[in-house]
Design a protein. Structure first.
Length: 260
């Protein structure tokens, strides 16, 4: 009798181990679910997984159902196809109900790439605030108008509750092959390599000297004039410079300091 019990326990342990190995070997993938606006409740296959944006991993291969709810917005049903070893993306713009965009529902606006010297009006009124700072606005549709030497342009945009809307106002680049992107200077250069006095920016790095100005696309690189499609600017408390300039400067090997 004892031998039978030992025999059964032995093969039971083997079966459990084999089951664990099989379970661990099941191929799986992940899903990243986002919504506009964010903060919606997400269910996957009937199980609540949190509020958007949310990442769910170790999902079995195949199609999974997603249910999205948010107070004041229409319920949305969708699916996501999961492939082992990959992350599937699901992005949904919710449909507002009668109360979603009314009352005290508010979001924020930030203007990016504003041309130097441009005049801005927001919903027909002069916009005199710092365009780099986020401005609270009621949820709904708004319009912004910019006037430059090249003419006047009006654009409409949407503000969603508890969501920041970014508006890019820069004019089309003259050369599509060049990047209009700006990047934070502290991500490329040490703090000791640059200084800002008023609108004047001076960078000294690797034996090179760069002189630039906020809002101006022309810079002096070791005395030579260079032009970029984006201008230096301040976003929040950080200084941003053309990415092309930062890459050019940080990739330059330090030059030997001349002896005296």
């Amino acid at each position: 009798m004892l031998a039978r019990l030992v025999f059964a326990a032995f093969f039971g342990a083997i079966a459990l181990a084999a089951s664990a190995i099989a379970w661990a070997a099941v191929p799986s993938g992940g899903a990243y679910v986002t919504t506009l606006p964010a903060g919606a409740d997400i269910w996957i296959d009937g199980t609540y997984v949190g509020r958007s944006p949310v990442f769910v991993d170790a999902l079995a291969r195949g199609t999974h159902s997603i249910t999205i709810t948010k107070t004041g917005w229409s319920v949305h049903e969708t699916t996501v196809s999961v492939t082992p070893g990959a992350i599937a993306l699901s992005s949904t713009t919710l449909v507002p109900g009668s109360r979603a965009m009314a009352g005290k529902a508010r979001g924020t606006l930030a203007l990016r790439g504003l041309p130097a010297g441009a005049e801005v009006t927001l919903d027909g009124a002069p916009f005199a605030r710092d365009p780099q700072k986020q401005v609270p606005l009621p949820a709904g549709t708004h319009r912004v108008t910019i006037k430059t030497a090249r003419g006047k342009t009006t654009r409409t945009f949407a503000i969603f509750p508890d969501t920041a809307t970014q508006i890019v106002l820069r004019e089309a680049p003259r050369d599509d092959s060049r990047s209009p992107v700006v990047a934070p200077v502290d991500g490329y250069l040490p703090g000791s390599a640059w200084s800002l006095q008023g609108k004047k920016i001076v960078l000294r790095y690797g034996g090179h000297v760069v002189v630039a100005h906020l809002g101006e696309t022309n810079v002096r690189f070791d005395g030579a004039k260079l032009s970029f499609d984006s201008a230096p600017q301040r976003i929040g408390r950080k200084l941003y410079l053309p990415l092309e300039l930062l890459e050019k400067l940080s990739s330059k090997a330090p030059r030997p300091v001349p002896s005296r």
